[in-house]
Design a protein around this ligand. Structure first.
Ligand SMILES: *Cc1c(COP(=O)(O)O)cnc(C)c1O
Length: 809
């Protein structure tokens, strides 16, 4: 967009007066941010309106990406970059005496997600808008996002994330587009003109209000929409409130209001683990029903036959959380548009596609049938009928195999199995990395794969290179453009041109210096916030991601404890100084994970303050890991730790962000690490540990005994004993869960089994880092190959191969 800095200055001053009646000298930082953000939203408003009009006028197929989580982070900088007015704005603000960085820091992260799954949804929105794909997000406007983490005396303390208190400049509330979502009540069936009809009576009505956020494409005119739904009481109930109030029953009115509003009150803080709370089921139906009702309403304005819905609409569900889209679309087609079952089923299963994110049992959603039936009586009836017909199909195909019904049935043992529902009701089922999809097909979902082989496909995850390279590491982006031109910005695969320069001494030097400058800046922040002296010349070895047993932060820590033991024995051993950086939130009720946080901080406290080891090891636990912090730490990383037990991490996306910023990955052959290795080759990644095959073999056939390793490997024995004997100044009771999991419960995630191989991998890091030119060659090779992991690439494959949308680019 074309804007000069004088216009921006004038607009800013005008808006500051109209919003706050203040001039620049008296306005607090927050007001300046709110004004500037509103101005940027104003700048995109016309294109936002026009985008919608164009879509309608051209009858373009619309994609709706349903996700319970959108982990967006901040929007100011990315909006400026995508609008192409970053430079003008920075200059305008500077002339007004305002520091752009300070304004950016005034924005709260939109933390409406837990980790990778929610961040993927956010990257996809950015890519769809940038590729001019008519793709919109549909989710929940949580009043409280993922909790804020404080570390107090080494423990995680959770603080509510009241991110909306100071206002959200990006959203627009659309009262006129509200819809009603119905819970509880009973279903009355009756005949009308020979057709069986269903009527929902005695239900609790909840009003769903949409809040729309513009999703701005990169230097194009497309502005898509993220629509997040908020729960409120309906008008009728407000009168009811008023009646309660009149009759003096004020507290009852307030109770009712807060019960309804609780639906969109808070994000469940579980990652790769599901809490089976009824409120979560309410959340799921709430946003799915609101989203589908609003899709159908706008489809009807096109005056196209309802039978052709699938030609104009694609609904994609991110994991099983929105799988009620299947029965909800059936309900609307049958009960509100009078289609018969077969017609409705054909449309539904040509409209909905599904992404599977995990194969771990504790993350698979199952709802108790009795709760389900009460809360969603009509939806339950429809699921029963879907299941009845599906079982018929199974029996037809596998006449003599009762186990097939048992394994595939949607309703089983008094539970509704959401993954089964999603697979049966959609036309596409995709995994999120090649290895993950293969495991789904061969093992976890093999029955379904045999029944519906055509549904299964792979779409390896991706990340938006705009946020994770251009925005997070502007100096590196500039250096890349200077070296190979700037085509890579529109076509990220062109980063491969950098390969030619991987041995070029001056490019190597330049990229080394950029990372060093990033490290110096971050080391200063660490000094300020944590009072830890970190040497920017040390290797920055970073593991930032949710805290989970399968991600094995403990393996990383055990190697550190082992290095420390070696240094205590001989302070003169020749190792390159390392700064180990951790960042991780633990689900509040995940006790093992919380013990790991305490252990990391406990070990850090002792090692960081031990004068004997000459500052050769520092450990920093970064508080409150989130998108905006990821943007700061990833450009500083020399080493990217991607060390999950092989087969457990479906894809990972952190791995891609690090690679794109020139970190070298220490990795197991898990998730997308496998594809990163295939791209960069074995010389440019450090692989260790068991393969997925080996892990699954032990899981099926046994033969692993962690206690044997504990007894035979003195390094491990030593590390675990020091954890448990008070050596670090904290009693063993604090780490009992960790100990029990590793020794008493036979180490489900093979930490001890992979320890030796990991220690060797870390020694390899030390060796390679000494060879400066070789190391830089590795960094550059990684950046050069990172283009395929842009979510632009991922999204064009979704568009072409799943949604059947012709990609304009
Ligand atoms: C990318 C990202 C993740 C996912 O990281 P993984 O290493 O793939 O688990 C989680 N949280 C935040 C804030 C992220 O930016």
């Amino acid at each position: 967009m074309n804007l000069d800095k004088e216009t921006i200055k004038k607009d800013f001053k005008r808006k500051l007066i109209s919003m706050f009646s203040e001039d620049i000298n008296e306005a607090p930082l927050l007001h300046k941010y709110l004004v500037f953000g509103s101005l940027i939203k104003e700048y995109c408003a016309e294109n936002w309106m026009k985008t919608n009009k164009e879509y309608r006028k051209n009858y373009e197929k619309q994609v709706y990406y349903f996700s319970m989580e959108f982990l967006i982070g901040r929007l100011l900088k990315s909006n400026l970059i995508n609008l192409g007015i970053e430079k003008e704005c920075e200059e305008a603000l500077k002339e007004l005496g305002i520091d752009m960085n300070e304004l950016e820091e005034a924005e709260k992260d939109a933390g409406l997600g837990n980790g990778g799954l929610g961040r993927l949804a956010a990257c996809f929105l950015d890519s769809m808008a940038s590729l001019e794909i008519p793709g919109h997000g549909c989710g929940i406007r949580y009043k409280y996002g993922l909790f804020e983490q404080k570390i107090v005396d080494g423990y995680q303390v959770e603080i509510p994330d009241n991110w909306l208190v100071k206002g959200n400049v990006w959203e627009t509330r659309k009262d006129n587009k509200a819809v009603i979502v119905k819970f509880y009540g009973k279903i009355i069936s009756y005949m009308n003109n020979g057709r069986l009809n269903f009527k929902h009576e005695g239900y609790n009505a909840v009003k769903a209000i949409p809040y729309d956020t513009p999703i701005i494409g990169y230097k194009n005119k497309t502005v898509n929409t993220l629509r997040l739904w908020s729960a409120e009481t309906v008008e009728k109930d407000k009168d009811l409130d008023f009646n309660f109030f009149k009759s003096g029953n004020y507290s009852k009115a307030v109770e009712h209001k807060s019960a309804v509003e609780s639906i969109s009150q808070v994000l469940y803080p579980d990652d790769s683990h599901i809490e089976g709370k009824i409120l979560r089921l309410k959340q799921q139906y709430f946003f799915v029903s609101a989203g589908i009702q609003s899709i159908i309403r706008s489809y009807k304005k096109l005056n196209k036959p309802i039978r052709e819905l699938y030609k104009y609409i694609a609904i994609h569900i991110n994991d099983t959380h929105p799988s009620l889209a299947v029965p909800e679309l059936m309900r609307i087609l049958m009960d509100e548009h009078e289609l018969n079952w077969d017609e409705a089923w054909e449309i539904t299963t040509k409209t909905i596609s599904y992404t599977n994110h995990t194969i771990m049992a504790e993350a698979l959603e199952k709802w108790p049938e009795d709760i389900f039936k009460k809360l969603l009586p009509r939806i339950y009836m429809i699921i029963e009928e879907i299941n009845r017909r599906f079982i018929g199909e199974i029996l037809l195909k596998y006449k003599n195999d009762p186990n097939k019904v048992k394994d595939m049935s949607i309703l089983s043992n008094g539970k509704v199995r959401m993954a089964n529902l999603a697979i049966v009701g959609s036309y596409s089922v995709n995994g999120v990395a090649r290895l993950h999809t293969e495991i789904l097909k061969k093992r976890e979902l093999n029955d379904f794969y045999q029944m519906f082989p055509h549904k299964f496909n792979n779409k390896t995850n991706g990340i938006t290179h705009r946020r994770w390279l251009i925005q997070a590491n502007p100096e590196l982006a500039r250096c890349i453009s200077k070296t190979i031109g700037d085509e890579w910005i529109k076509t990220p695969e062109k980063l491969i041109k950098l390969l030619k320069y991987s041995k070029d001494k001056s490019v190597q030097e330049e990229i080394y210096n950029i990372k060093r400058d990033n490290k110096i800046k971050f080391a200063n922040e660490i000094k300020k916030q944590y009072k830890i002296n970190v040497d920017p010349a040390s290797i920055f070895d970073v593991q930032v991601k949710r805290l989970h047993a399968y991600k094995r932060q403990v393996l990383n820590l055990f190697n550190i404890m082992h290095m420390y033991n070696r240094l205590k024995e001989n302070p003169n051993i020749d190792i390159i100084p390392r700064t180990f950086v951790f960042g991780a939130k633990a689900s509040p009720n995940y006790y093992l994970a919380k013990e790991v946080i305490k252990l990391i901080n406990t070990v850090a406290n002792k090692i960081n303050n031990d004068k004997d080891i000459n500052d050769k090891i520092k450990i920093v636990f970064l508080e409150n890991y989130r998108v905006s912090l990821a943007e700061k730490i990833i450009p500083c990383a020399d080493i990217s730790e991607q060390i999950s037990t092989a087969s457990k991490e479906a894809s990972g996306t952190g791995n891609m962000k690090f690679m794109m910023n020139g970190a070298v990955t220490v990795a197991t052959l898990d998730g997308a690490n496998v594809e990163i290795r295939n791209k960069v080759g074995d010389n440019n990644i450090i692989i260790f540990g068991m393969t997925a095959e080996e892990v699954m073999n032990y899981e099926m056939n046994g033969g692993y005994f962690s206690r044997d390793i504990y007894n035979s490997d003195s390094r491990i024995h030593n590390v675990i004993d020091k954890m448990m004997n008070g050596y670090f100044g904290v009693p063993s009771s604090e780490f009992r869960n960790i100990y029990n999991n590793l020794i008493e419960r036979n180490d489900e995630y093979f930490v001890l089994k992979d320890f030796d191989s990991y220690v060797q991998a870390q020694e390899k890091v030390d060796n390679l880092y000494r060879q400066k030119s070789k190391w830089q060659e590795m960094c550059i090779t990684n950046i050069a190959h990172s283009g395929v992991f842009s979510s632009d690439n991922t999204i064009s494959r979704y568009a072409n191969e799943i949604w059947n949308i012709k990609n304009k680019k």
